[in-house]
Design a protein around this ligand. Structure first.
Ligand SMILES: Cc1cc2nc3c(=O)[nH]c(=O)nc-3n(C[C@H](O)[C@H](O)[C@H](O)COP(=O)(O)OP(=O)(O)OC[C@H]3O[C@@H](n4cnc5c(N)ncnc54)[C@H](O)[C@@H]3O)c2cc1C
Ligand code: FES
Length: 439
């Protein structure tokens, strides 16, 4: 920098006429040089600050993950654990949806879970008669954020199908509603499931629940707000009207108190007394068209749980809107209605090309040609009218354990624990060539 000053001084002595112009030029050069060095310095500082911030976030995430996995190892359990019903709370205007607060019978702390995961229950339903000696297995999503003292599930009472009113109503849900009360003890497996919110990320999310499908996404929502996260969150609930409005007060309070959360309740059939803008925000079903009108862009992670037709149309609509497959996450409470884009593993068809793989359901006396787009042998059995007992449909509860009489299967994901050889969990397996199952 001093060289520049010396040079400008000697130029000024030699050429007095052009002095002021040259002096201005030199001054400008000096200022530019100073400014560019200052900018470089500032950019460097900003980069450094960003790196420190990223390192801090990574350290925090690693620490949270480490603490979570330590708590899981210390507090989790295998098999069934006894829980006492601490509280029963009705959550809608029809009395058809009820929350059950479950406290561990041993009084010890509960392991954390990922919001979106579920519990598996083993129910000994007394009045099923001698024909059903096996306990009934049912899965219910955790509907609240993690609390060390209790877990909460929220259950809808299932009536007979509308076109077959003479059939018995849903076994598990009606047992919970009519026979389980405060103080009763239930056998419960530890939380599990692959449909969960990654709480270490801050990506904007859209959480969508249809009817009682609100439960896993409500757990996600509660976790976001209670952690103080500023994550941009859109929440859509699809129901018919106020009678079905689950947790109305709770959702209204979140809408009032958290600026980063946008609650959108959709009534498909609102009553005359129900107020648009107060009770509900949209007089229509939840749909991809609604998202296009309400969301600023399609750049979100979508989490969906609801009745099969709603899930199928939403997933399809989001794909058409250009949302990447990885950003659409969904869970079905019953038979899967949404076709995955990914095909089953190549091992599903080991037969030479052109030769079809057959699946025989021994006891039902049915043989069908395997459809490689079926998501599992369980879905395939149901599509062919073969009834197989199932619970979680994700390889956790063992309810669908079936003997293999001939052939073999491969797993879509590894079961844990692995079933004994000669048996398989049909909900997560596909045939490895021709197979005969004992159902
Ligand atoms: C991962 C996961 C999470 C879940 N989370 C929740 C949750 O948070 N909340 C919730 O409420 N549910 C949830 N479910 C659904 C729940 O597990 C049960 O499937 C649901 O409660 C119905 O079980 P049920 O025993 O009452 O009905 P089922 O006994 O399985 O009966 C289902 C229907 O079949 C009818 N039926 C009875 N007999 C026949 C027959 N012979 N032929 C044809 N139909 C017949 C019944 O009338 C009823 O309508 C979840 C499911 C999964 C897999
Ligand atoms: S249905 Fe639960 S393991 Fe298959």
């Amino acid at each position: 920098m001093s060289g520049v000053f010396e040079m400008s001084a000697s130029i000024l002595q030699a050429m007095p006429v052009l002095g002021s112009a040259i002096a201005g030029l030199v001054l400008l050069t000096i200022l530019l040089s100073l400014y560019s060095s200052f900018r470089r310095h500032r950019i460097g500082l900003r980069l450094l600050q960003q790196q420190v911030e990223t390192a801090r976030e990574t350290a925090l995430r690693l620490r949270t993950e480490w603490e979570r996995s330590r708590a899981l190892t210390e507090l989790s359990w295998s098999g069934f654990r006894k829980f006492k019903i601490d509280r029963k709370v009705y959550e809608d205007g029809t009395g058809n949806i009820c929350s059950f607060y479950l406290a561990p019978h041993d009084g010890k702390s509960l392991p954390p879970f990922k919001p979106g995961q579920f519990l598996t229950f083993q129910l000994n339903i007394p009045d099923l008669g001698a024909t059903q000696r096996k306990p009934t297995i049912r899965c219910y999503s955790l509907s609240d954020s993690y609390k060390p003292e209790y877990y909460r599930v929220t259950i809808k009472k299932i009536p007979p199908p509308p076109d077959k009113p003479d059939l018995p109503p849903g076994k598990g849900s009606n047992f919970f509603h009519s026979q389980i009360g405060e103080g009763d003890i239930l056998d419960v497996k530890a939380p599990t499931g692959d449909f969960f919110l990654d709480t270490t990320k801050h990506t904007p999310v859209v959480l969508i629940g249809g009817g009682v499908g609100i439960t896993p996404v409500l757990s996600m929502l509660n976790t976001i707000v209670e952690s103080g996260s500023q994550r941009e969150t859109w929440f859509f609930l699809g129901i018919r009207n106020r009678a079905e409005h689950i947790m109305q007060e709770h959702l209204a309070r979140i809408a009032r108190e958290y600026e980063n959360v946008h609650i959108n309740v959709c009534y498909s059939n609102p009553g005359a007394q129900e107020l648009l803008g107060k009770d509900y925000q949209h007089a229509e079903r939840v749909s991809a068209d609604l998202f296009k009108r309400v969301l600023p862009s399609n750049n979100y992670q979508f989490y969906i749980c609801g009745p099969p037709p709603m899930m199928a149309s939403l997933v399809e609509g989001l794909r058409e809107w250009g949302v990447p497959e990885d950003d659409i996450k969904f869970e079905a409470f019953g038979p899967a209605s949404v076709k995955k884009v990914a095909q089953p593993p190549a091992t599903a068809l080991t037969a030479p090309s052109g030769v079809e793989t057959t699946v025989t359901f021994g006891r039902s006396g049915k043989t069908a040609i395997w459809n490689p787009t079926a998501s599992s042998l369980l879905d395939f059995a149901e599509a062919n009218g073969v009834v197989v007992d199932s619970g979680c449909r994700v390889g956790n509860c063992q309810t669908c354990l079936t003997a293999i009489k001939e052939g073999d299967v491969s797993y879509i994901h590894e079961p844990n624990p692995k079933p004994q050889s000669g048996t398989c969990l049909v909900c997560i397996s596909v045939p490895k060539g021709n197979v005969v199952l004992d159902v």
